[in-house]
Structures are given as C-alpha cells and as structure tokens.
Design a protein around this ligand. Structure first.
Ligand code: NDP
Ligand code: OXD
Length: 317
C-alpha cells in the first residue's frame, strides 16, 4: 500500500500590529482578502507556524518567528522594520495603497495652501484683533519643492501643478514628469533649495536622509520660505528649525511627525507661534485596499515573483 502523503500545510500570516484594537481592525479585511491562508493575531500563533507577517508597530514580536519568509508593512514607511537588526534576513514590502496616496496628497495640498495663503500670519493678526490685509500671490507665482518623488511625492506634485504652482521635485535619480522640475542627488540639492519657497519632505527615513532638514539646508532656502515635514521626525533637527524660525529666515512650518511620538506635552514645538503641529495623521492606509495589497504581495511571494513595493535593503527604502 502506498504511504499516505501528509496534507500540505496552509501558509500562515500573523497580524503584528499595535495597539491591539488596530490589530483587531486589520484582522477581518486581511482574512477576507487572503482566504487561502491562516490569518491570526501574532499572539494567537505559535512562532514556528508564522510564514508571513502584516506589521505596524508590533515588529519586535516577529524576532521569535524562526521561519518568517517576509513582512508586509501596513504603512509606507519601513524604518520601524529595518531598525530591527534581528530581522535583517527577512524581505520587507512597503505599503502602496491608493487611499494612503490620496490622503497624503490632500494633506500636502492643505499645508501648502496654508503657507501659500499666509495663514500663519493671518492667524497671528487674529490673535491681536488686527485688521491688516497683506498681499497674497497666486499659485502661479509660488515655487513649491518636494523632497522625495516616490509614490506619495509624485502624486502630490502632480496635483499641486494642476493648481498652478511651480513645482519641482528632488530625488536620488532624476524623475521627469510633465510640467514638474526635476533635481536629483546631493549635487543638485542646492539649486533645488534655492528655487523653493515652500518645501515639503516626503522622503523615506534612511541613514542618508536622517537629519537632512538642518541649519545648513534651511540657510539654502530663500528668506521667508516655509517647511512642511510629513515624512518622519528623524528627518528634522528640531532645534535648527526653531532657530531658523526665530531669526525670521523661515516664515513657518507644518510638522506631522516628530523624533519623539507622541510629542510630550512639555515639548517646545507645541507652543511655537510659527509651527502647526498635527499628531502623525497626514495619511492612513485604508484597510480594505491595504488588505488587498497585502494579499497580492503574499501571493506573489508564494509564487516566487517579486512583489510591488519590495524594499531594497541596500538603499534603505
Ligand atoms: P517611496 O519609496 O515611493 O519614495 C521615496 C522617494 O524618496 C523616492 O523618490 C526616492 O528617490 C527619494 N529618496 C530616497 N532617498 C533619497 C536620497 N538619499 N536623496 C534623494 N532622494 C531620496 O516612498 P513613499 O512615497 O511611498 O513614502 C515616503 C515616506 O512618507 C515614507 O517612507 C514615510 O516615512 C512617509 N509617510 C508618512 C505618513 C504620515 O502620515 N505622516 C504616511 C505615509 C508615509 P528615487 O525616486 O530616486 O528612488
Ligand atoms: C506610514 C505612516 O508610513 O503612516 O504609512 O507614517
């Protein structure tokens, strides 16, 4: 009698997300998108059973999964995963979600228009009950620069250009888009900054981009420029920003991300009159479309195909 072959084990995906209510919220959409896999919260699975993980905030718990084949980040940023050296050997896929992109573009437009229309100065006038009309140019007279022309930067750049802004992007390699200026590499950073009145950061956080927004960079922006950081707190030297704002060289800043999150109540940035603070809400991955992205990535990995968003560890993004 032929020996009975053992049934093929289904692959298992762990949802490694913090806080727990977020993890629970991801469970149903990922289960629906990947019915052929066993999908559960990481704490409900034996570590040796975990083949794939969908992660955001719960990465530490993946250290103890010996057979982990890949991690799909539920956010576009993957610095939280690459920071864990225990996971060096594991492929990482970053989230590419149309909902996340659309949300980031909305928030970028909001903040660019806020500075373009001199809203921080009008808010200060309101505080003093002062009626003082000030000249506001049209978008066609305003130069916006976006550092990071990836999935998020490119979409925001296109929409800003549609509003009439003079838009340019800065990236590692040249990224040519119709109607949008392209600057690349450290050699062209100075020229990019010199033409930029409103600077938006949408870079990934890597060893090369950490603290890129520092006193030297601010000095290369024109007098009166505004700075918008929507990427990671680690891109910005907060004390250098405050010095550039207090000297009057920069007119204002919008910050969504911080070195320390949550931003402690005693932090000096909360009360700075030229700084708009938001609690890391520029954009969120939408769960239904995000779960579909996870499913596509995992199926490609199982089939031995390269998934979209696979991180190049050498480059760091
Ligand atoms: P991508 O990987 O698609 O794009 C990254 C871009 O940055 C590319 O244009 C790349 O250049 C450029 N870049 C990387 N390193 C350098 C460098 N050293 N010099 C110049 N350019 C560089 O990322 P996404 O657009 O998907 O996301 C960007 C970041 O936004 C995320 O990493 C995350 O930190 C942040 N984010 C923040 C959110 C929030 O709510 N605040 C929400 C979502 C994301 P090239 O084109 O040449 O490769
Ligand atoms: C992300 C984020 O990286 O929300 O997606 O910060």
């Amino acid at each position: 009698m032929p020996a009975k072959s053992s049934p093929k084990r289904a692959f298992t995906l762990a949802v490694a997300v913090k806080p727990r209510r977020e993890a629970l919220a991801w469970l149903t959409p990922i289960r629906s998108a990947l019915p052929e896999l066993r999908v559960d919260l990481i704490e409900n699975l034996p570590p040796s059973a975990v083949d794939f993980a969908a992660a955001w905030g719960g990465v530490r718990e993946l250290d103890r999964c010996p057979d982990l084949r890949a991690i799909v980040s539920l956010g576009a940023g993957i610095d939280h995963i690459l920071a864990n050296s225990m996971l060096d050997r594991v492929p990482v896929v970053r989230m590419i979600d149309p909902g996340l992109t659309r949300g980031m573009t909305e928030f970028t437009l909001l903040q660019v228009l806020h500075h373009h229309r001199r809203m921080p100065e009008f808010a200060a006038l309101q505080q003093n009950r002062e009626w003082k009309p000030m000249y506001v140019p049209l978008a066609t007279e305003r130069r916006v620069g976006i550092m990071g022309m990836g999935v998020l930067g490119r979409d925001a750049a296109k929409r800003l250009a549609q509003l009439g802004f003079k838009v340019a992007g800065w990236s590692r390699r040249p990224r040519r888009l119709p109607g949008i200026g392209s600057f690349s590499g450290t050699a062209q950073l100075g020229r990019f900054l010199a033409r930029t009145e409103i600077l938006v950061c949408l870079l990934p956080l890597t060893p090369e981009t950490r603290h890129i927004m520092n006193a030297d960079l601010f000095a290369r922006l024109p007098e009166g420029a505004a700075v918008i950081n929507l990427a990671r707190g680690g891109h910005l030297v907060e004390s250098d920003l405050v010095a550039a704002l207090d000297s009057g060289h920069l007119s204002g800043a919008s910050l969504d991300v911080f070195e320390q999150e949550p931003l402690p109540p005693s932090h000096f940035l909360w009360a700075h009159p030229k700084v708009t603070v938001t609690p890391h809400v520029a954009s969120l991955t939408q769960r239904t479309s995000g779960a579909l992205f996870v499913a596509r990535a995992v199926r490609n990995l199982i089939a031995g195909r390269k998934p979209r968003g696979l991180v190049d560890r050498e480059r760091g993004y």
